[in-house]
Design a protein around this ligand. Structure first.
Ligand code: URP
Ligand code: ZN
Ligand code: ZN
Length: 455
């Protein structure tokens, strides 16, 4: 398919300029003023008054995640549809093996599920134990195109790892040129706090944040950074949520260590007052780490603007109300997580760019380019340049919307951003040179591809 986009304003992480852009065979073929094409053009789009951004990359989603309360409510098909409608054209999800299952077998299983995705995707693989096979399995994963490995310092009774095993993963992955991503929360301390709360009958959702205070994240981050220094492994800290965490990350970056950090819209825009109120309203905010305070939000925005926080993921992991009710008597049984993959770009544009917290270039950097660079997808993804995949959004900066359960496309009857008023939206979303979304509607059901990454 050949598409000519005329008169748009192209925004990359470094530049902004008016230009035409020509797409052919899934790639960006030309970026220039007044492009004249000799070949047959299938579609010409006038993008006057519109921004053209690289397609969004969400580096942290959990589609169809198995939990004791059932699967997270978006599968790869519904979740990727919501992502595309919101302007995200690449997803990074996770492979979480059963104990005893090899990483590569778990990867093959997960890939067959993820192949239903309507947009391109890749996977981070999570070692959930260290066995005498793990070293070879990690090497096999790298050969299969997986270059990032996720470890959990929390959830010790299921998928979490002890620090000594995290150290082994970091050492190995670092030696092979990969990156280790970490869920940083001190699992042991959280377990003790949860047990204390339970013994005192404090089991409603308002006690979820009490069981995971700020220092349980910041302390875990401090430990992760120490291990990264010793192993020389690049690390990527997911869903950073506290002021203290940022200080440790910034210090390590200044010392020259490859310590990358992600935050999520929920930590920028929602606070822990949401845990007050009845179960049906509070349960939707039960996610980990929990929502924090206004001061933390302020410091997170500041860290984005200074470049300390590099990316915005959503940690998209929605559950329906019936599933959340598994914890109606005990907040510890509420499946953790909430949706956001559809709203990330709009929220960052409205509350970041339009409120002068970040520039247009930074918007592109945190929603697309940095994730591509950190996870080995650049410049195929995350860039508007000749030869890059033609993943781009034609963005109308004026459209006003109010997020609601009725109008969202995420497959969930809960919505943590309900009532948020946004300005700006993707009018046309192009992925691999094909128009996938037009005026808020999915117009192509073609599947995405697994992105094999190399070190
Ligand atoms: O509450 C969350 N974040 N659920 C998803 C799993 C995780 O920890 O990222
Ligand atoms: Zn996590
Ligand atoms: Zn997550």
């Amino acid at each position: 398919m050949n598409i000519l986009i005329k008169n748009g304003t192209i925004i990359t992480s470094r530049n902004a300029f008016n230009s035409d852009i020509y797409i052919s065979d899934g790639r960006i073929a030309q970026i220039a003023n007044s492009i004249n094409v000799l070949e047959k053009i299938d579609r010409t789009i006038d993008a006057k008054g519109r921004f053209i951004f690289p397609g969004g990359i969400d580096p942290h989603v959990h589609m169809h995640l198995p939990t004791t309360a059932g699967f997270s409510s978006d599968n790869f098909e519904t979740g990727s549809k919501a992502a595309l409608i919101g302007g995200t054209t690449t997803l990074l999800d996770f492979v979480t093996p059963q104990k005893g299952q090899s990483l590569i077998d778990a990867f093959i299983d997960r890939k067959s599920d993820a192949d239903k995705s309507l947009c391109d995707y890749s996977l981070h693989v999570s070692p959930v134990e260290w066995t005498n096979q793990t070293e070879n399995e990690i090497k096999d994963c790298i050969e299969s195109g997986i270059t990032s490995f996720k470890v959990y310092m929390a959830y010790k009774n299921s998928i979490g790892l002890e620090d000594e095993d995290i150290f082994k993963v970091m050492k190995l992955v670092g030696e092979h040129g990969g990156v280790v991503t970490l869920h940083c929360e001190n699992g042991d301390e959280i377990e003790n706090l949860r047990n204390d709360l339970s013994q005192n009958g404090n089991l409603s959702p308002e006690f979820h944040p009490v069981s995971r205070p700020n220092h349980t994240e910041a302390g875990a981050i401090q430990m992760a950074i120490e291990m990264a220094k010793l192993t020389k492994c690049p690390i990527y800290i997911v869903h950073t949520s506290t002021s203290d965490s940022i200080q440790y990350i910034e210090k390590a970056q200044k010392e020259g260590y490859q310590v990358y950090s992600e935050t999520c819209p929920q930590y920028l825009l929602l606070d822990d007052s949401k845990y007050q109120g009845d179960f049906a309203s509070a349960c939707k905010y039960v996610l980990s780490p929990p929502l924090r305070k206004f001061e933390d939000q302020h410091d997170l925005w500041n860290a984005i603007s200074k470049g300390v926080i590099k990316t915005i993921g959503t940690d998209h992991c929605p559950f329906n109300l019936e599933q959340k009710k598994a914890g109606i008597e005990d907040f510890r049984k509420i499946p953790n997580g909430a949706g956001g993959v559809e709203h990330r770009m709009k929220l960052l544009f409205t509350f970041g760019v339009l409120q002068n917290r970040i520039s247009y270039n930074q918007f592109v950097d945190i929603t697309s380019t940095q994730a591509a660079k950190i996870f080995g997808l650049y410049p195929q993804k995350g860039e508007l340049a000749v030869g890059s995949d033609a993943d781009l959004i034609i963005w109308n900066p004026k459209t006003e919307n109010t997020i609601s359960i009725e109008n969202h496309h995420q497959n969930c009857d809960l919505e943590i951003y309900a009532g948020f008023e946004t300005i700006g939206e993707p009018e046309i979303v192009i992925a691999n040179g094909e128009i996938k979304v037009e005026n808020g509607m999915l117009v192509s059901e073609s599947k995405g591809r697994f992105l094999k990454r190399t070190i």
